[in-house]
Design a protein around this ligand. Structure first.
Ligand code: SF4
Ligand code: SF4
Length: 205
């Protein structure tokens, strides 16, 4: 399963993990570092990490977060050079489950990342309360914001397609109810239309 601390609340990571857990199926984690998005943290997100744990690297923090989940048996991580292999071995040689305080810092970092993207969505989910089509607006905005930072088209299309088809932007009927409920005054239908276009373009390339 794709599990990491950024997607946990936004892209149903927690929900899916709990389904596996309640069925007694052990989980092997892929994308614990969100395609590099949790390694190359923004200045503000990195500041939050270093202010609390100056000796921890973003990669170590993300890997330990995923490995600390009770039902996880393996955490897979793509490594592109020997130094990354060494660092990951170090993380797991001296492995300790994350503390409650560390998990709270991970939540804070996730919120910072979510609020810093091109679309200033705070994932408050007020829009979801009124959308007659149950479009997963905060998840779509989060995926798009990550795409704009990491610029990985393949990751964007894979993640976008991991949402149920009826939850995606092209199911929007442009009723505008979501925008009226959005504390950030986002023009949600227009943004969804733009994202759907960019998804199609990324898919073709
Ligand atoms: S405009 Fe689209 S996303 Fe917003 S409430 Fe209507 S159907 Fe849902
Ligand atoms: S109401 Fe606005 S800020 Fe809140 S989740 Fe929806 S789009 Fe994001």
């Amino acid at each position: 399963m794709q599990v990491n601390y950024l997607d946990w609340d936004v892209v149903k990571g927690k929900e899916q993990y709990e389904i596996a857990q309640s069925a007694g199926i052990p989980v092997t984690v892929m994308e614990p570092l969100r395609g590099g998005g949790l390694v190359n943290l923004s200045d503000k997100a990195l500041q939050e990490l270093k202010a609390n744990y100056p000796d921890t690297t973003p990669a170590e923090f993300g890997l330990r977060w995923a490995a600390s989940l009770d039902n996880v048996v393996t955490v897979l991580s793509g490594m592109s050079n020997l130094e990354q292999v060494r660092q990951n071995i170090k993380t797991f040689e001296n492995y300790k489950d994350m503390t409650k305080e560390e998990k709270e810092v991970a939540n804070k970092i996730a919120k910072i990342i979510q609020s810093q993207g091109e679309i200033n969505c705070t994932a408050c989910k007020y829009c979801l309360e009124v959308c007659p089509k149950n479009i997963n607006i905060p998840a779509i905005f989060s995926l798009y914001n990550q795409y704009k930072v990491v610029k990985n088209k393949m990751m964007f299309t894979i993640y976008y397609e991991s949402l149920a088809e009826e939850e995606r932007a092209n199911a929007c009927i442009k009723c505008g109810l979501c925008s009226k409920n959005c504390p950030q005054s986002l023009q949600i239908p227009e943004l969804l239309e733009k994202i759907e276009k960019e998804y199609k373009k990324a898919k073709e390339e």
